[in-house]
Ligand binder design. Structure first.
Ligand SMILES: [Fe+2]
Ligand SMILES: [Fe+2]
Length: 277
């Protein structure tokens, strides 16, 4: 039975996901909420978005232990242990992405946006939930599980750094961090293909195919908001990334997939270089 007395608002659905700690439970709820949202949308209704006050940090399981990236154990990427560590790192990224998309929906619910904005981020959250589950399945096939290894502690930092500004959130999360995923995933797929890890190859190909859309949603709504404010998107993007993202962008870039996602080279290349203050 639903814990909600009436049809929940989208923000109530987001909070339900964000306050669930266990990864499998969190992603199962996320997928169920997305299915209900899209069932209503297919019926021609727009369920209430409502308002949300998401926690600054989402609930997470006790394991994995979160470590400073410099303290993370180094493993050879080609070794079996290295491959498990890579799958574990991707699972961690996907679980963060689930929370990031639901957090975006709830945290910025005070900003009036068209229905398509919510459709896109619910779809992205649903995709990430599937990606997390696929990575857990791969880990379990290898005799491991999400939580067996330590994970990167800095993942939620981008959310905290951009908690006050929807444009900054779109610039840093989908248009920088998720775009980075497009750059690195083909190399990972090649690594697993080399050792005949069929399940991991299939899972990573699904992720790679679906992540292009997430970057595209970021670019679409970033441009929408700049258009509404009558500002030039490119300098606004550069300024927000320099302010809120720690470090420079690192080539090589997947220029083709970035272009598919609506990210032209003059958006990201200038961010590979420091500018004098
Ligand atoms: Fe993903
Ligand atoms: Fe994504």
């Amino acid at each position: 039975m639903s814990r909600f007395p009436a049809e929940p608002t989208l923000c109530e659905r987001a909070l339900d996901v964000l306050t669930t700690a266990d990864g499998r439970a969190k992603t199962a709820k996320s997928r169920a909420h997305a299915a209900e949202w899209f069932a209503a949308r297919a019926d021609g209704t727009l369920p209430a978005v409502g308002h949300g006050a998401p926690p600054l940090r989402p609930a997470r399981p006790d394991a994995p232990e979160l470590l400073d990236p410099r303290a993370m154990p180094k493993r050879k990427p080609g070794s079996p242990q290295g491959r498990i560590a890579l799958l574990h790192a991707v699972a961690h990224i996907e679980l963060n992405a689930v929370d990031l998309h639901w957090d975006l929906i709830a945290r910025f619910s005070h900003v009036p946006m068209p229905a398509g904005f919510y459709d896109d981020w619910v779809k992205a959250a649903d995709d990430e939930s599937k990606h997390f589950q696929l990575m857990c399945d791969c880990l379990e096939e290898e005799g491991s599980f999400y939580g067996a290894l330590p994970a990167h502690a800095g993942m939620w930092r981008a959310a905290e750094d951009t908690a006050e500004d929807l444009l900054a959130r779109l610039a840093v999360v989908p248009m920088v961090l998720e775009a980075r995923g497009l750059d690195v995933t083909p190399g990972m797929i090649a690594l697993f293909r080399k050792v005949g890890a069929t399940r991991a190859v299939a899972a990573l190909e699904t992720i790679y195919g679906e992540e292009v859309a997430h970057v595209a949603y970021g670019s679409k709504w970033f441009h929408f908001l700049c258009g509404r404010d009558n500002t030039d998107p490119k300098p606004v993007f550069h300024a927000l990334v320099r302010k809120h993202f720690h470090g420079l962008l690192k080539p090589p870039f997947n220029e083709e997939k970035r272009a598919d996602a609506g990210l032209p080279p003059d958006f990201y290349w200038p961010l590979t270089e420091d500018v004098a203050d």
